[in-house]
Design a protein around this ligand. Structure first.
Ligand SMILES: Nc1ncnc2c1ncn2[C@@H]1O[C@H](COP(=O)(O)OP(=O)(O)OP(=O)(O)O)[C@@H](O)[C@H]1O
Length: 253
């Protein structure tokens, strides 16, 4: 898989005549992880939906371009807070949902799904029903399903927020390893998660909202929890998220 960067511009969104944002732009470098944070209701999920071309009920518009000038459509994977596993399909068949929707999965695809379940540490659960899995295990199945699609761009909407803190840290390690080389846009409410995983942090805020950069710690992702920079920046990031969005720090490219 070749890494693919993309850019958005002129993104605007209104609900009931009220502009949430109007004229957002940002570049996402090939193979980079961008953490997108902002107060509840600032429009993060809506922006992700717009990039994925999912339905939005009100006025919205944006322009997308990619590093290879081809459309982004069909080259995106989506991972959400709810694992969205289908309860009537066994674990392996949930990983194979994409090919099953497109036709009948082949033996080779089944083998690949098994290999991905192995990667996420769940090969022994392949023939089980989702309801027999813990929240963290279910999210790992969702990760395997995302990986199956082999998309160069992955949009993640709070994918780790429904699991306990320790499981979340484990999922960070796993996702950073398995999604290496993909361009990831991660919506999160967790400053620590953003600081551990991101090459770049963007904060969506203000009225109408704009995107502002926040400095990220140095070092390889996922960064250690107790890295001095991660600890120091965590409190700064929380303060930034609480502050009105008018301060002069940072600007978006
Ligand atoms: N289908 C909809 N109809 C009307 N308003 C909507 C709809 N979806 C979202 N909104 C409004 O748009 C705003 C942005 O919602 P969105 O879910 O994108 O924000 P968010 O930043 O992701 O929030 P959170 O962090 O709480 O998930 C909110 O005020 C929300 O009420």
């Amino acid at each position: 898989m070749t890494s693919l960067g993309f850019s958005l511009s002129r993104a605007r969104l209104a609900f009931s005549g009220q502009w949430l944002f109007d004229g957002l732009s940002a570049d996402f470098a090939p193979g980079s992880w961008t953490g997108l944070l902002g107060r509840s209701g600032s429009g993060k999920s809506s922006l992700l939906r717009m990039i994925a071309d999912l339905p939005i009920p009100d006025t919205h518009d944006l322009a997308l371009s990619t590093g290879d000038q081809r459309p982004l459509a069909g080259r995106l994977a989506w991972m959400a807070q709810q694992d969205q596993l289908l309860p009537w399909r066994k674990v392996i068949d949930n990983v194979l949902l994409g090919p099953a929707l497109r036709g009948r999965p082949t033996a080779a695809q089944r083998q690949r799904a098994m290999a991905l379940l192995d990667d996420v540490g769940l090969s022994d659960k392949a023939e089980q029903w989702p309801k027999t899995l813990s929240g963290g295990q279910r999210q790992r199945v969702a990760l395997a399903r995302t990986l199956f699609e082999d998309a160069p761009v992955v949009l993640m909407d709070e994918p780790f927020s429904a699991v306990d803190a320790i499981t979340r840290l484990e999922l960070h390690e796993l996702a950073a390893r398995l999604l290496a080389g993909r361009t990831v846009l991660l919506v999160t409410h967790d400053p620590l998660e953003a600081l551990r995983l991101s090459d770049r942090i963007l904060i969506l805020g203000g009225q109408p909202a704009s995107l502002r950069d926040f400095e990220v710690p140095g070092g390889q992702r996922p960064r250690a929890l107790d890295a001095p920079d991660v600890q120091r920046m965590q409190s700064q990031l929380v303060a930034r998220l609480h502050a009105p969005h008018g301060d002069p720090e940072g600007s978006v490219s």
